[in-house]
Design a protein around this ligand. Structure first.
Ligand code: NAG
Ligand code: NAG
Ligand code: NAG
Ligand code: NAG
Length: 955
């Protein structure tokens, strides 16, 4: 191929030269197409040999596969190579195809620059390069010309759009630049594209305002989502675009009210997504006029006001999402006449009043989330309710009600979340009649009575959480039938007796918490039970486990598990209590008749062939429930009080939605715990579709920062610190008792391990690696100190905070904790940080001086000393203590400083090691003002590494 390629290139160049001035000779033009395509083919990889028919001996390419010619001139007009698994650079060959109008290379693995299309770009009518690996900028000489349709989506293009790009844009009908890394404001010449129907700029880093939108009055779909656009949506713009069908502005920084002029779209618009912006003002009262609206998403804005009764006019509405706003008042009962609704999400608003009972009758509804409002009253499910519901979340309201037993009839219900309400009475035994329930969360209510034996019928259950109730009786043995169960939370109840040993057979269990009950006896011998820690078991009457601190207290006179009769009696008790409850029996009765009716009506629905439009990804919701439960359990050991965490996982990169956690189980696996940070455990977790690994670091202590908004602001500041030598901060999880930071994950361990705890099989760090670590760390610190006002101070420089990549490039982690913890009590800081013995600058020991960046420079100096000498900053001998900096300083004065250099480092240049040691001593000066700044340190290090004929004496 290499030879052919060279040959073709030669041919190509010579033909180019030969063609000059011969444009009118038809015989050459025919060959141009063959030649151009052969040159193109020779430069790419075609693993499935799709292009075998492209033969350089042919005089015309018109019979070749994927090639079409214009019959009138016999020249190639169309090439369509979508999805053929081709790769490589496109080369300059295609520039020869002067009559080409349509080119599609989409869904291949082409890479390199798109420059190579050259001037044919301007004569093309349709170009589709979507879903490849093209990189670099859009070249300045690309001008629309006669282009009607341009699709560059799903590549790696960067930089701004050149100003001339839209210069002559009147032919353009469809443009997608989505899913690249393009940035900057759009050129205002975009307003010349007056015939544009579809504009998709989604998933880039475009910024600036959008006042020019109004001149593109033929737009039908407009997608600006996932960018950094800002400003208001001009009233004029929406009034001008009459035919708009889809408006996607989600995940930007738009502000101001939702423009009233959207009403002018009343006959066309079917989809509006304004979610994740900063829109303010009242929820639009005119919404009812948009009669074709199917998809309405205003979630995560700052909208206020009420939902108008005219919502009921939206007969086509399938999806309604308003979560995370400040909308108040009642949920209008008229909503129940939107009979197509398949998803309603009103989570986290200020709705009050009761839940309109009509909602439960919506036959298409699959997903109902009205959690985190102030809804009151009963849950009135009634007959014939919810044929298709899969996800039902009423948690965090003030519902005072029994759990309606009809819920057990919802055939496809997979997630039921009723946490934190005032639910009363027993847990109905029939909750799992339909058998699909995977997540059952009833925590934080006032439920009484026992866990029903029928819980064993919930065969699909993998998360069962009943904690913080007044549930009594013993844990039923039937729970051992829950083969899928992964998480079991029963803490803070009145459960008594022993844990049935059969639960030890539950092989999928990853987390169990039975703390604060009245349980006694020995733990099941199998499964997860023997490894349960104190936080899962404490606060019981007499649970015994080798892992529980303190002596095993058997408060009961005799251990129950030794006495089979006692065990049976207890089960007997339990059953008796169940049977004697007349209300329970009544519910059963009710239940069967309702069950029959619903079963029949469901069958009718199925027979009549109702088409189900699945807008929802329930498995994503299930995963989200798992993620939340898992995060809570990471935090569980710190929730001392009876209250539940109100957790929220925030990830700064919108492409990494929390739902994207591939495998939430990893949160809970023992191996996912990878170490100890300053304030607690560090976990390794895979996020997102590509399974990108991140670390979760626990910041548990007493209250760190009391207000989530303060915490959010501080963490966002730290997340702006992006540098190759810093571990990036990606997000956080917040509850009043526990905070987790989400950071970049470095797979190759830290400097502490590499330097002091290395296995004998691992070679010692070489001098050039050590120098690279010193210089990289210095650059990272310099970035923290000099790119932020006020500077970010690390405050805890030590080798275990320097993570290494496979090429020994250092990345500083845990920076900025001091900033994050400013509100933390002083003694906690001291107790936690003093453990980094030897790194603490002397002025901090006496706490009178303010923390500033000079403390980090001291710590950095100690780190250099440690890297050069391979010794720890403080070492205890038999009868002496060696302070490393003093030791090196004295050796230097005595002229034998090279004796301090780490002997495991075979070979090193003295003219680098010596000045580096001197730099370290200046950095560890006792007087803060004599220490250099980090930028000076970086400069000095770079001078040390620069080969100078006669090494200058720099100290
Ligand atoms: C293009 O992809 C090939 C593998 O197909 C790779 O070897 C090459 O480095 C890539 N070039 C660029 C510029 O990404
Ligand atoms: C580009 O090609 C892909 C796949 O071949 C197709 O899905 C997409 O709609 C095309 N883009 C345009 C604008 O036609
Ligand atoms: C815009 O492009 C993105 C990425 O290709 C795609 O996911 C989205 O559906 C497109 N928007 C519209 C309205 O088609
Ligand atoms: C439940 O879900 C299954 C599979 O998605 C579907 O075939 C069935 O029709 C659903 N049942 C109802 C009552 O919607």
């Amino acid at each position: 191929m290499g030879f052919l390629q060279q040959l073709s290139t030669l041919l190509f160049l010579s033909t180019m030269a030969f063609c000059m001035g011969n444009d009118d000779d038809p015989s050459f033009k025919l060959n141009d197409d063959v030649l151009g395509l052969i040159v193109f083919k020779s430069g790419i990889k075609d693993p499935s040999s799709y292009l075998d028919s492209w033969n350089e001996d042919d005089s015309s390419p018109c019979s070749w596969r994927f090639v079409q010619c214009n019959p009138s001139n016999g020249r190639v007009s169309e090439i369509s190579l979508a999805g053929l698994g081709l790769s490589g650079k496109i080369g300059k060959g295609l520039q020869k195809l002067q009559y080409l109008k349509v080119l599609s290379l989409s869904h291949n693995d082409f890479n390199g620059s798109i420059d190579e299309l050259g001037s044919i770009f301007t004569s093309l009518q349709s170009l589709n390069l979507s879903h490849n690996g093209f990189s670099g900028k859009i070249p300045n000489f690309f001008v629309m010309g006669s282009m009607k349709s341009l699709d560059l989506s799903g590549n790696l293009l960067t930089g701004p759009i050149p100003v001339g790009f839209f210069q002559t844009c009147s032919s353009l009908e469809s443009l997608s630049l989505a899913d690249n890394s393009l940035q900057g404001p759009l050129p205002t010449t975009l307003s010349r594209c007056s015939n544009l129907n579809n504009l998709n700029l989604s998933k880039n880093q475009f910024s600036g305002t959008v006042e020019y939108l109004g001149s593109m009055n033929k737009l039908q779909t407009l997608d600006l989502s996932y960018n950094s656009f800002s400003g208001t949506i001009p009233e004029k713009a929406m009034a001008a675009i009459d035919d708009l069908k889809e408006l996607h502005l989600q995940v930007n920084h738009f502000t101001g009210p939702i423009p009233d002029s959207i009403t002018s779209l009343k006959n066309s618009i079917s989809s509006i997504d304004l979610s994740n912006n900063m829109f303010t003002g009242d929820f639009p009262q005119w919404i009812g006029t948009l009669s074709n609206l199917e998809h309405l998403d205003f979630s995560t804005n700052s909208l206020t006001g009420n939902l108008p009764p005219s919502m009921g006019n939206l007969k086509a509405l399938k999806l309604l999402k308003l979560s995370n706003n400040k909308v108040e008042g009642n949920i209008p009962p008229s909503l129940a006449s939107c009979s197509q609704l398949s998803a309603i999400d009103l989570r986290d608003n200020d709705f009050n009043g009761s839940i309109p009972s009509g909602l439960f009758q919506l036959q298409s509804l699959q997903d109902l989330d009205i959690s985190r409002n102030s809804l009151q009253g009963n849950i009135n499910v009634g007959m014939g309710a919810f044929a298709k519901i899969k996800y039902l979340n009423l948690s965090w309201n003030n519902l005072r009600s029994r759990i309606p037993p009809e819920i057990g009839l919802f055939q496809n219900l997979t997630v039921l979340d009723l946490r934190n309400n005032g639910l009363l009475g027993d847990i109905p035994g029939d909750l799992c009649e339909a058998g699909n329930l995977g997540v059952l969360q009833l925590d934080g209510n006032s439920l009484t009575g026992p866990i029903p034996d029928e819980i064993g019928n919930c065969s699909s259950l993998y998360l069962l959480s009943l904690s913080h109730n007044n549930i009594s009786g013993s844990i039923p043995k039937s729970m051992s039938k829950l083969r899928m169960l992964k998480i079991l939370k029963l803490e803070y109840n009145e459960l008594s007796g022993e844990i049935p040993h059969e639960l030890g057979f539950l092989g999928n269990l990853l987390a169990v918490n039975v703390s604060y009950n009245r349980l006694t006896g020995r733990l099941p011998a199998g499964g997860i039970f023997p490894s349960l820690g104190q936080s899962s078991l404490k606060g019981n009457l007499g649970l015994c486990s080798p892992l529980l601190n303190g002596p095993c207290k058997m408060n009961t006179p005799k251990p129950l598990f030794l006495d089979p009769d006692l065990y049976n009696n207890q089960m007997g008790d339990h059953r008796r209590r169940n049977d004697s409850s007349s209300t329970t029996r009544f519910d059963h009765h009710m239940f069967f008749s309702v069950s029959a009716i619903i079963a029949i009506s469901a069958a009718v629905l199925i027979v009549s062939g109702v088409i189900i439009i699945s807008l929802l990804n329930v498995s994503a919701r299930r995963r989200q429930a798992m993620v939340e439960a898992a995060l809570e359990s990471m935090c569980s050991s710190s929730t001392r009080s009876g209250s539940l965490p109100t957790g929220k996982l925030i990830l700064f990169d919108p492409k990494l939605s929390p739902v994207g956690v591939d495998n939430p189980e990893v949160f809970l696996e023992k191996e996912s715990e990878i170490g100890e940070g300053v304030f607690g455990s560090v976990y390794k977790v895979s996020l997102g579709a590509q399974g990108r690994i991140v670390a979760f670091k626990k910041l548990v202590t007493s209250k760190i920062i009391e207000y989530p908004d303060d915490f959010d602001r501080e963490v966002r500041v730290l997340s702006k610190a992006r540098h190759p030598n810093l571990i990036a901060l990606e997000g956080y999880y917040w509850t009043p008792h526990c905070q987790l930071l989400v950071t970049e994950y470095a797979p190759n361990g830290n400097l502490q391990t590499r330097l002091h705890e290395r296995l004998s099989s691992t070679p010692a760090l070489s001098w050039s690696e050590r120098f690279k670590i010193i210089l990289g760390t210095a650059k990272g610190l310099a970035h923290l100190h000099h790119s932020f006002r006020p500077p970010i101070i690390h405050y805890n420089m030590k080798p275990s905070n320097i993570l290494l990549d496979e090429k020994s490039n250092p990345k500083i982690s845990d920076f900025g904790l001091a900033r994050l913890l400013t509100k933390l009590e002083k003694h906690v800081i001291n107790n936690r940080f003093q453990s980094a013995l030897g790194y603490v600058a002397p002025e901090l020991a006496c706490q009178s001086l303010r923390v500033n960046e000079k403390c980090d420079i001291y710590g950095f100096g100690v780190l250099i000393l440690e890297l050069v000498t391979g010794r720890r900053p403080v070492e205890y001998g038999e009868d002496n203590v060696v302070i490393l900096s003093d030791h090196v300083r004295i050796s230097l004065e005595q002229g034998n400083v090279l004796d301090c250099v780490d002997r495991s480092m075979a070979d090193y240049p003295e003219d680098e090691v010596l000045p580096v040691l001197k730099l370290a001593l200046v950095c560890t000066s006792q007087i803060p003002s004599s220490r250099p700044s980090m930028t000076e340190v970086v400069q000095i290090l770079q001078v040390i590494k620069t080969p100078i004929p006669h090494q200058m004496e720099i100290f």
